[in-house]
Design a protein around this ligand. Structure first.
Ligand SMILES: Cc1cc2nc3c(=O)[nH]c(=O)nc-3n(C[C@H](O)[C@H](O)[C@H](O)COP(=O)(O)OP(=O)(O)OC[C@H]3O[C@@H](n4cnc5c(N)ncnc54)[C@H](O)[C@@H]3O)c2cc1C
Length: 423
């Protein structure tokens, strides 16, 4: 009997999963596997461990739920630790699997993994986790506009979002394919302490993702005034808070798109409904930028190949990380990040600008700290946004400098946010 390995990556769901559907269409038995590459846990730039406690916990929850969902349809997830090419080769020999199916990913490290796997096994890559399929873009990836507005105008003129795919109701997997204990990176991470001030509990897994999406685009009607509230920093419904699930792939952006269209059909379209899709296009833009510029996304000079001035200064960097710069708006945001793994988009823009333009530090320090702590860390969005703020990325201007006093006056006029995170 024909057997294929289904390699889960940043796509921890069964719904709207093109690679899973392709594995099913190939016929035979399917062996689902998730591989933790030791590089994910290793210390990255400047000795900062890449995966911190918030993301480790969220990923553990996503993986556990995915295993349960697979078991419910007659299958199950095996979790292994190692380099994907080596693990997949060993599994293909042990279980006589002849091919690997996986979702493509557009970031450099993930593309390196794909190259290594395809050198040793037939690898069938499904569409990446973007709203728009790269082949539906009205231009070749090499001709991706450098500026977001140009990108948006082009794709909006040729709007093509493919419909979502249903989750399978059964999957044939050999009986010998049994679950295994989680490898240390996820199993050993002490669960982070809960902080009662967190903006919203964020639990991993596709069920929690759908619950959040249904709440935001359903009964709460929060979507209807998203454009006016999205810069808020205090409450759950000010913005969608879907990013952790989108980053882990527990939720597909096309599912979000369909939920927005369905809201519009029921309650009418407005600027807010458009704006959520607009933000998903930003996400796509950073993903396509990552594919277009590969390793340059992580380099000091960025995709612009510029010569930034930032330096490495341990003392200033630690003050920033620990929320001890003396600038109360910046410090409050950094404390929220350390205590919960979350920070609003408004906060992220401000603390990034502060690190680069006020503290004069190398932007990659900030990006590495975000990678460590953010529960929604996504390589393309994180490093792309940092480059943008630092003036070495897609921004047509030379970086964005925010005045934190003015920002606090505008976005935290009563000082409630700073007060919440004053220690
Ligand atoms: C320095 C910096 C680092 C960032 N790092 C990350 C990261 O690692 N992971 C991540 O998902 N987002 C990152 N962002 C983008 C943005 O801050 C978050 O996506 C957003 O705050 C998540 O909150 P939300 O889900 O409520 O967003 P909403 O406002 O509800 O937006 C809906 C969705 O659109 C996408 N989105 C919104 N804004 C952006 C943006 N600027 N860039 C890319 N996608 C966007 C997200 O997937 C988000 O969930 C970063 C922004 C900055 C300035």
């Amino acid at each position: 009997m024909n057997r294929s390995l289904l390699w889960f990556r940043h796509d921890l769901r069964l719904e709207d999963h093109p690679a899973l559907q392709a594995a099913l269409a190939a016929g035979g038995e399917v062996l689902p596997v998730y591989i933790i590459d030791p590089q994910q846990g290793a210390a990255g730039s400047y000795g900062i461990p890449r995966m911190g406690p918030f993301r480790a916990q969220f990923m553990r929850q996503c993986i556990t739920l995915l295993d349960q969902q697979l078991r419910a349809i007659g299958s199950g997830l095996q979790v292994h630790e190692g380099r994907p090419a080596e693990v997949l080769t060993a599994l293909s020999v042990e279980h006589q699997a002849t091919a690997v199916f996986a979702q493509a990913h557009l970031a450099w490290e993930e593309q390196q993994q794909e190259q290594a796997v395809s050198a040793v096994l037939p690898l069938h890559l499904g569409a990446p986790g973007t709203l728009l399929h790269p082949v539906d873009l009205p231009f070749e990836l090499e001709r991706l506009p450098r500026v977001f507005t140009a990108f948006r105008h082009k794709v909006e003129a040729h709007w093509a979002v493919r419909p979502t795919l249903p989750a399978p109701t059964e999957l044939h997997t050999p009986i010998a394919w049994t679950s295994r204990p989680l490898p240390p990176l996820f199993a050993d991470h002490a669960a982070p302490q809960k902080d009662a001030r967190e903006v919203m509990p964020m639990n991993g897994g596709a069920d929690a993702a759908m619950e959040r999406l249904t709440h935001f685009t359903g009964a709460s009607r929060a979507l209807g005034h998203y454009k006016e509230t999205r810069n808020g920093m205090l409450t759950a419904d000010e913005s969608s808070k879907l990013s952790p699930w989108l980053a882990a792939g527990a939720l597909s952006p096309r599912t979000v798109y369909e939920a927005v269209r369905s809201y519009e059909a029921q309650h009418g379209a407005n600027e807010s409904t458009y704006w959520l899709i607009f933000e998903l296009l930003w996400r796509d833009f950073f993903h396509f930028t990552a594919a277009r510029y590969s390793a340059d996304l992580f380099k000091r000079g960025g995709i612009a190949r510029a010569t930034p001035r930032g330096v490495y200064d341990q003392r200033r960097f630690e003050a920033w990380c620990e929320g001890r710069t003396g600038q109360s708006f910046i410090d409050a945001n950094m404390r929220e990040l350390s205590a919960t793994g979350w920070m609003s988009n408004r906060g992220r823009q401000n603390v990034a600008s502060y690190l680069v333009h006020d503290l004069g530090l190398d932007w990659r320090l900030g990006a590495a700290w975000f990678e460590h702590l953010l529960v929604d860390y996504d390589p393309c969005s994180n490093w792309g946004n940092w480059q943008y703020l630092a003036g070495v990325g897609n921004d047509p201007r030379e970086g964005r400098r925010f005045n934190p006093d003015l920002q606090a006056e505008r976005y935290d006029p009563q000082g409630s946010y700073v007060d919440r995170w004053k220690r």
